[in-house]
Design a protein around this ligand. Structure first.
Ligand SMILES: Cc1cc2nc3c(=O)[nH]c(=O)nc-3n(C[C@H](O)[C@H](O)[C@H](O)COP(=O)(O)OP(=O)(O)OC[C@H]3O[C@@H](n4cnc5c(N)ncnc54)[C@H](O)[C@@H]3O)c2cc1C
Length: 413
């Protein structure tokens, strides 16, 4: 039986970044994925390094918005009736995470992880030869009227307290940054510290290529369980195989809780399903990412096209996608960016791996120090990938982690 220092389960951006960071510490690493690199959420996301997004989704603001959003079956937030009972315990925990003290706690933890991720990102891109994919065009959040801007001000004040740079803009100032917005957007906020990647799928594939060129191996097999054994851990696969390593990293995105269960851990991981449409590159002259916060979606320029997407559907892992949600966002985008060419698009749905308090799980498993968790990054997995990789490499090499991991423990629930 082949033995490695580390097996990473999941070849998304989190798993591959982690595999590379472990490899850089001199460990022999194998990655296992049931489909191969970039098969999950890491392929189709909006490509943003949203370092300024330190406020948890679980917050009083979302509780105010949610009832209105839930009334629209194709709106920014939906719960399909077929999944409503299943998601109820997670929603209860989400609601509890919205109390002011819990929000303050999550914001502090998220800020620490963001600061680390930002500091780690550019050196990581340089080492992996992917720095040419980085863009620094910022993000423009737009508002329909002064009341919407005013409602957002407490959030900006909280970001300011954590040192995040932004500036509020008039319609004329917005037009300098992004011409062609509908006049219904009268105010905006620009955050220059929001970066993006040329294309998240190409980036994840480039990481896989780098990992293999540096001596790593990627196996295509479905993990069905983890089993601690003397001196190591076994990863069992659905085809009856067994792979053994000193330690395993669980980075299977929204599916990670199923594998955590096999080592006796119950973790309230759910998925916030998201949708998008990627239009041809000439669909619009987009100069920065534009966030339509009141409508729950963003428009992003990738090297491969203009991506219109977002929304949250609390529909679990098994229901079929409802691409009318992609269409609904595209219809709105056409109104918000007059002149947007909406033909020739490709639709996609992906599973954001989400914990109720909007923080990921990073750290040793409760039941065995042989398994390290690295999943549950929700809306921010690309953003936090380099920071997570650094933290997991610290744990794998028995160094003190770069930040306090208590807020990210799987035992916090
Ligand atoms: C619409 C949308 C927009 C988003 N925009 C952004 C953004 O702009 N910026 C940002 O930072 N984040 C964004 N996100 C979130 C981000 O995409 C995720 O947080 C991130 O991709 C999670 O990465 P991951 O590696 O943990 O999971 P994934 O990319 O899902 O990878 C998990 C991998 O595990 C594999 N796997 C699962 N189960 C098994 C098993 N049993 N055996 C073997 N392999 C298994 C899968 O095949 C998959 O390849 C967005 C998400 C969505 C849906």
């Amino acid at each position: 039986m082949a033995t490695f220092d580390v097996i990473v389960v999941g070849a998304g951006v989190v798993g591959l970044s982690t595999a590379i960071a472990a490899q850089e510490r001199g460990l022999s690493v194998r990655v296992l994925d049931r489909e191969g690199p970039a098969a999950g959420a890491s392929a189709g996301n909006a490509g943003a390094f949203a370092f300024t997004d330190i406020l948890p989704l679980a917050s009083p603001g979302i509780l105010r918005q949610a009832p209105k959003w839930l009334l629209d079956p194709l709106g920014p937030l939906t719960v399909p009736p077929a999944y409503a009972l299943r998601i109820a315990p997670w929603m209860f925990r989400f609601w509890r995470a919205c109390s002011p003290d819990r929000v303050a706690h999550s914001t502090a933890a998220q800020t620490a992880l963001m600061d680390l991720s930002k500091a780690e990102l550019e050196p990581f891109l340089a080492r992996t030869g992917t720095q040419a994919m980085l863009r620094k065009a910022g993000n423009l959040q737009v508002y329909e009227g002064e009341a919407e801007l005013n409602a957002s001000l407490p959030g900006w004040k909280a970001r300011e307290a954590h040192g995040i740079a932004f500036r509020h803009l008039t319609a004329a100032e917005m037009a300098d940054i992004q011409p062609g917005l509908s006049p219904r957007f009268t105010h905006g906020t620009f955050t220059p510290g929001w970066y993006s990647i040329a294309d998240p799928k190409l980036y994840t594939l480039a990481l896989a290529e780098y990992f293999v060129a540096a001596g790593g191996a990627i196996d295509i097999a479905e993990a069905s369980g983890l089993r601690p054994v003397d001196g190591g851990v076994e990863v069992l696969t659905a085809d009856g195989g067994i792979r053994r390593a000193g330690r395993a990293v669980l980075a299977a995105g929204a599916f990670s809780h199923r594998l955590a269960r096999t080592i006796g851990e119950t973790i309230p991981l759910e998925t916030e399903r998201g949708y998008n449409t990627t239009l041809p590159p000439d669909a619009f002259d987009l100069r920065t990412q534009v966030t339509f916060g009141g409508h729950g979606f963003v428009v992003s320029r990738l090297s491969t096209g203009i991506r219109v997407g977002g929304a949250v559907e609390l529909g679990g892992l098994d229901l079929p996608p409802n691409f009318r949600r992609s269409e609904a966002m595209l219809t709105k985008a056409e109104r918000f960016l007059p002149g947007l060419k909406t033909t020739g698009g490709v639709q996609w749905m992906g599973f954001r791996p989400s914990l109720p308090d909007s923080l990921p799980v990073i750290g040793r498993a409760r039941t065995t120090a042989r398994v390290i968790h690295a999943f549950g990054h929700g809306h921010l997995g690309l953003t936090q990938s380099a920071g997570t990789a650094r933290l997991v490499a610290d744990l794998l090499t028995d160094r003190d982690p770069a930040i306090d991991l208590a807020p990210f423990s799987s035992q916090r629930f």
